[in-house]
Each structure stands twice: as C-alpha cells, then as structure tokens.
Design a protein around this ligand. Structure first.
Ligand SMILES: Nc1ncnc2c1ncn2[C@@H]1O[C@H](COP(=O)(O)OP(=O)(O)O)[C@@H](O)[C@H]1O
Ligand SMILES: [Mg+2]
Length: 395
C-alpha cells in the first residue's frame, strides 16, 4: 500500500495543507517547531482513534481545543488520505480516498463524516463504499467483486455504538470489506521510530520481541529473537555491520542467569566481547537501524525522526540507501531530518519542506521550486539546502 497524497485541515499547526505525489520514500525538512513531528502524528492520531475512539485520541493530545489549529473557530478537523493498494504487482489498483471530519459540539467530539471511496473507471463517479455520518451509515460488502459479470452492489446499513467511533474500526475487522481492512491495517501497523541511544543500551528482561519498539528499548530482545528464529536475517545484518562500523564484527544477545538479555558487541582486535553499554553511540544506533530496516515484516508506513544524531556523516548516505531499499521492498518511509549529508543521498522528488508562516505551516515539494530544480542538475541537494536556496528552511 502506498500513500499518494494527503490533505490536512485544522490539525494543530496544519490549518490547510495538501501534499501530492508522495513517493515511496519521502523526506521532510523544516526548522524546529515547523511541524515535522506533528505531521507524523497525523498517523499517530488516526491510529489512536482507530484503537480507541476519537475522544480518547484528542484527549491524549490535550483535547479538541488544543488539537484544532489555534485561532480557528467553529470548524472541523479534516483529513483526506489517498492511497493505492500496491500489493499485487502489475494489476491496476485504483486510488482509494479515505476522508474523515471531526466536529466538536456541546463538549463532545463526533465523527461528522467518514468516507472511503474510489472511482470505478477513468470517468466514473466516486463510489462511496463506506459512508458514515454521526455514527450511522452504510458499507458495500462485495466491493472485491466489482468488475465481475452481473455485479450488483450489496450494501448494508450499520450503526456504531457511539458517534466518536470510527466506522473502519468495526468494519475493517471483516475479510469481506477488503479495502477497508487494508486501510485499517495500514493504521495498525504504522510505526514511528524515535530511537533513543540510552534505551537501546538497556538490558532487557527476558521475553520475546519480534520487532523494534519506538525507542528501541527492546533491541536486545529483538536481536536474540533474530538469532534464534531468523538466522538468515541475523547473518545479513552481521555481514553489513563491519561495512558500516569498521572493526565491529560480532553481535551477541545472551541470556543471563537472572533472566535478562544482554547485548554484546565484538571487536575484531580483541578476544572478549563487550556489553552494549560501552559501545559507541553511533554503533548502537546504526545497529538498531539495521535491525529496523532488515525486519522481514515490513511496516506499511514507517516514519523515522531525525536519524542523523550520533551518526558519522559518511554513514548517512548508506543509511539513506538502506531506507530506500526498504521502501523499494514495499514499506513506504517518511523521514524528517536536519542533515545535509542525508539529504545529499536523495532524489529531488523525494524531498519536501515545511514552512511556517503567520503561525501555520504548509508543506511543499522541493521539486516544485524552479531554481532548486535547475541547481540540482549540477549540485547535491544537501549543498543547495545549506546555501539557503530552499526558501524558508534554515539549518
Ligand atoms: N493547535 C495548534 N495550532 C497551531 N499551532 C500549534 C498547535 N499545537 C501546536 N502547535 C505548534 O506546532 C509546532 C509543533 O511543532 P513540531 O511538530 O514539534 O515541530 P518539529 O518536529 O518540526 O520541531 C509548535 O510550534 C507548536 O507551537
Ligand atoms: Mg520534532
């Protein structure tokens, strides 16, 4: 699945933003406070709303009044996400649009409209196969059969238990609602990575973790899991490690007698391995990214916040490549960065920038800036950015 475009209205710093032509790997530049974290939080918000309800998702962020763009009165929070199912290669997949409007009345949040739709054929009218307002609506149960001979739409009416519950929450659990369950699964398996060196170096309790957590505090457990249960991936990571960090040629995750897992690294110059606490910050971070990006179970959408801290600049180009490989395998990746070295590894279509003006932020494609497009023919993007050719973004 791939997100093609997004519209955000009245969600925090984004009063009215449209981003089109999102590639498999998209990188976002922006000054502090311009809204990079908030942009990733759109998915966090939707994912929270899906797992619980809209009221809880809003309250987790300070309530409706905090979440709606400052200065905006009597308006709704709106999201529109256009995506394409890219699962079946070579099969035409229409662009599906999910839209959501959230209203706040008499002290309560409610979903005033929720629609999933796509166009049947190039000139067809949008087909609303899910359409709900204030907790009531209908959904098509045989959407997958469209195109078959004698197709007749089957639609059922539904009511959710409360108007602040997303209709995709209940309906997405059924196999028959294919497009709905696909979108639901994008929101469920969405992942943000905000790796913390300190957390990555902690000694984990014994337990099984198959995937790296947001902060990386289960790095030792995931390493052990890969070693025990997915040797192929573990060996691949081990093979890449010395290419990224000279000298480091071994990683072990050992269970101690008191039931903990200790991560250890081996240096080719010394016989005894040393524990993760004493490894360099850059080593642990690079290792964590190798674990994250070589995970055979891809996140449909992976957001990485500022991967550059503690990484030697030469590694950033390699990391950029590693992330692109992940995106090419089918997991879309959004990255925020302040690093010109990382930006140097990008193609112009992959780069976006956030500009805050009069309190609100817009997101623009760097490829839409004529001057930069010209300059990019002969210069690296990181250099162009550093020299302030990308408007409104300073280092
Ligand atoms: N409801 C709101 N309306 C307008 N701006 C908001 C609202 N809530 C937060 N902000 C602003 O959004 C910005 C948050 O930026 P953030 O996403 O943390 O930026 P970055 O990650 O790029 O540093 C802050 O400047 C904050 O003041
Ligand atoms: Mg941030």
């Amino acid at each position: 699945m791939k997100i093609e475009s997004m519209k955000i209205k009245n969600f925090k710093v984004f009063k009215d933003v449209t981003i089109s032509n999102l590639p498999e790997m998209a990188v976002f530049l922006g000054a502090h406070g311009s809204g990079k974290t908030t942009f990733f939080d759109v998915f966090g918000f939707l994912s929270d709303a899906l797992q619980t309800n809209v009221t809880i998702a809003l309250n987790k962020r300070g309530g409706f009044q905090e979440v709606i763009s400052r200065g905006v009165k009597n308006e709704k929070i709106e999201f529109e996400i256009k995506f394409r199912n890219t699962e079946k290669k070579g099969v035409f997949a229409p662009i599906v649009t999910y839209s959501l409007e959230i209203e706040f009345e008499k002290g309560k949040a409610c979903v005033s409209r929720e629609v999933l739709k796509y166009r049947r054929g190039k000139k067809g009218k949008p087909w609303h196969f899910l359409d709900f307002s204030n907790g009531e609506g209908s959904a098509v149960t045989n959407e997958e059969d469209y195109g078959k001979k004698d197709f007749e739409e089957k639609r059922i009416k539904q009511k959710v238990t409360s108007p602040d519950i997303l209709a995709i929450k209940g309906l997405g659990q059924f196999e028959q609602f294919k497009a709905i369950s696909n979108f639901r699964s994008l929101l469920e398996k969405w992942h943000v990575s905000n790796f913390s060196i300190e957390k990555g170096k902690t000694i984990s309790d014994v337990g099984i973790s198959n995937h790296l957590s947001v902060t990386g505090d289960n790095l030792a457990q995931v390493t052990k899991y890969l070693f025990d249960s997915n040797k192929e991936v573990f060996d691949k990571i081990l093979e890449k490690l010395p290419q990224r960090i000279p000298g480091i040629n071994k990683v072990m995750a050992e269970e101690t007698l008191d039931g903990r897992i200790i991560l250890m690294f081996g240096d080719e110059n010394f016989k005894d391995p040393f524990i993760a606490r004493y490894v360099s910050d850059g080593t642990i971070k690079m290792f964590a990214y190798l674990i994250l990006l070589n995970d055979p179970e891809l996140h449909p959408l992976l957001c990485i916040e500022e991967p550059e801290n503690f990484l030697f600049s030469d590694l950033l180009l390699q990391l950029c490549e590693e992330i692109r490989e992940y995106a090419e395998k089918g997991g879309q990746v959004f990255v925020s960065t302040h690093s010109p070295d990382f930006v140097n590894g990008l193609k112009i279509e992959e780069l976006f920038f956030l500009v805050k003006e009069n309190g609100y932020t817009t997101i623009k494609a760097v490829s839409g800036v004529k001057r930069v497009k010209e300059l990019a023919k002969e210069n690296q993007l990181g250099w162009i950015w550093r020299n302030h050719y990308i408007e409104g973004v300073n280092l």
